[in-house]
Design a protein around this ligand. Structure first.
Ligand code: ADP
Length: 492
């Protein structure tokens, strides 16, 4: 085994404490595997109201850190917990984090998000000092932790405590950048000279995603395809230029699946357990799912599930555009999601319009998400872009066949099935058009109607193994590269 490393993983959401999307699943799973590999790994996140309500035991250590925010000194309380046997720090400050949501209400983003996450980034370093935990690597994730590499390179530059600490910054979704007006700069207590186009400035604003990209020692994103896509104007969200300049240090590592959680053989959220060898439980799950929505089952009907943030990213404009045509097919559509008002209104309307064919739940419901994975025949994910996507991988384990657009992680994980070869674990279309999506849905339904082909594609999908252990080893390789470069002082 490679030398034991001290690793801190910093993120704004982590299962089981707080979750709005895939980032939380990733940070809830990766550390467990790093720990199994023998590393001293720890996790840090804010102590939100959602964390206060979670089932995990959280302890108030009584210890605090003091963080400088402009000319104020702000206290952070240190709470601790664990994920399996991985130590977790939760930074408490009720005025920042004791709120119903993590980042926003239906009215929009919390107006003090800059301060909330500048505080979090600064507190991370203070907690490390206070706990005397000197990491070899700080693995930062998304804009909420983007300031950490800047603080290390500027404020802590000569601090011997961090002399051997290197950083990896992982981009989970480039579209959310943490953009704030320049007058928030004093909150960072950093010199104005970092606020320039080669630093953290982005067209006159502070950009915390850019901060991470420019200042971290290494960069990664959550699939190989997305690591290439984000270097193009189409997917780069204005940061393609700066990403290109860092292309040498940018890696693509696909996320894994936590098979302790997303696995029909052990899933406690679903009505009956099942496996590739014995699929009888999947029928029970289908009945249970349809019963939840008071929908009647019909012979030969395909149940298509969707679990998603309801945003343009996820391809809902395609679905909205062709919903009447989709409804003409022998399908039932089950949608679980929360997000943009326009999609809430749309799906409310469609549920009324097609009461026998569409089941809608607008909200966040983890148990129902598992039931949809287990009880559906297909999982539809026609994303416009998708850094990694987790549900297509979860679906496969449940024998629920993904229909996706070939972008980002969807392209890397879904192989198109053809009857001719008998190979492939799902269905994917290339161009982002309604016609391409409809053609693929129809092709998938033809396969569904043919029991021999359907058996094959289900078998192919259920045999896939996207285990986190494989992924964790890739991260360790990258950590090693960063640590070695730092040791040789090839990076400052
Ligand atoms: P993203 O992070 O872009 O939202 P991912 O596919 O990477 O998308 O991850 C989404 C995660 O969030 C999955 O675990 C999915 O099951 C979960 N999820 C999304 N929306 C909901 C919802 N409304 N209720 C329950 N779980 C949800």
């Amino acid at each position: 085994m490679a030398a034991k490393k001290r690793i801190l993983i910093a993120a704004s959401e982590v299962v089981p404490f707080a979750k709005t999307g895939g980032l939380a699943d990733v940070i809830g799973a990766l550390p467990k595997e790093l720990k199994k590999l023998g590393h001293d790994v720890r996790v840090i996140l804010p102590y939100y109201q959602m964390a206060k309500k979670c089932k995990s035991k959280i302890t108030d250590t009584g210890e605090t850190v003091i963080v400088e925010i402009s000319d104020k000194l702000v206290q952070g309380k240190i709470y601790t917990s664990t994920i399996a046997d991985v130590p977790v720090y939760l930074i408490g400050n009720d005025s920042y984090y004791d709120r119903p949501e993590l980042y926003r209400t239906s009215e929009g983003d919390y107006p003090d998000n800059a301060e909330r996450f500048i505080f979090f980034s600064k507190a991370i370093l203070e907690v490390l000092k206070q706990q005397k935990f000197q990491p070899d690597i700080i693995h930062c994730n998304d804009w909420q932790t983007g300031l950490v590499p800047v603080l290390l390179k500027v404020k802590e530059k000569d601090n011997p405590f961090f002399a051997n600490t290197t950083t990896l910054f992982t981009i989970h979704n480039l579209a959310y950048q943490g953009l704030f007006w320049h007058l928030d700069m004093p909150l960072t207590n950093l010199p104005w000279d970092v606020f320039n186009p080669d630093g953290i400035e982005f067209y006159g604003k502070i950009n915390l995603m850019k901060a991470g990209i420019v200042f971290a020692d290494f960069l990664s994103t959550v699939s190989k395809k997305y690591s290439q896509e984000i270097q193009t104007p189409e997917f780069g969200c204005g940061l393609e230029g700066v990403l290109k300049t860092r292309a040498q240090d940018l890696y693509g590592i696909i996320n894994g699946v936590d098979y302790d959680v997303w696995n029909p053989e052990v899933d406690s959220c679903i009505k009956a357990r099942f496996s590739q060898k014995d699929l009888s439980g999947k029928k029970v799950c289908r009945e249970d799912l349809l019963a939840q929505f008071k929908l009647k089952d019909k012979e030969g009907t395909a149940v298509i599930g969707i679990i998603s943030r309801l945003t343009n990213q996820k391809g809902f404009d395609l679905i909205a555009n062709k919903i009447d045509d989709i409804m003409k097919l022998n399908v039932i559509l089950i949608i679980l999601g929360t997000g943009d008002d326009k999609y809430h209104d749309l799906f409310k309307k469609l549920a009324k319009q097609y009461p026998d064919k569409i089941g809608v739940k607008l909200g966040f419901d983890n148990v129902l998400a598992h039931k949809i994975e287990a009880g559906s025949d297909f999982f539809l994910m026609p994303s416009n872009y998708e850094p990694c996507g987790l549900n297509q991988m979860y679906s496969m384990k449940y024998g629920t066949i993904p229909i996706v657009r070939a972008t980002g992680g969807l392209d890397d994980t879904v192989k198109n099935y053809t009857a001719k070869t008998g190979k492939g674990n799902g269905f994917k279309f290339k161009v982002y058009t309604v016609d391409a999506m409809m053609k693929k849905i129809k092709e998938a339904l033809d396969i569904f109607a043919n029991p021999k082909d359907w058996d094959t594609v289900m078998k192919n999908a259920m045999s896939e193994n996207f285990s986190w252990m494989t992924v964790a080893k890739e991260y360790v390789k990258l950590y090693d590269t960063a640590i070695e470069k730092k040791r040789l002082r090839l990076i400052n």
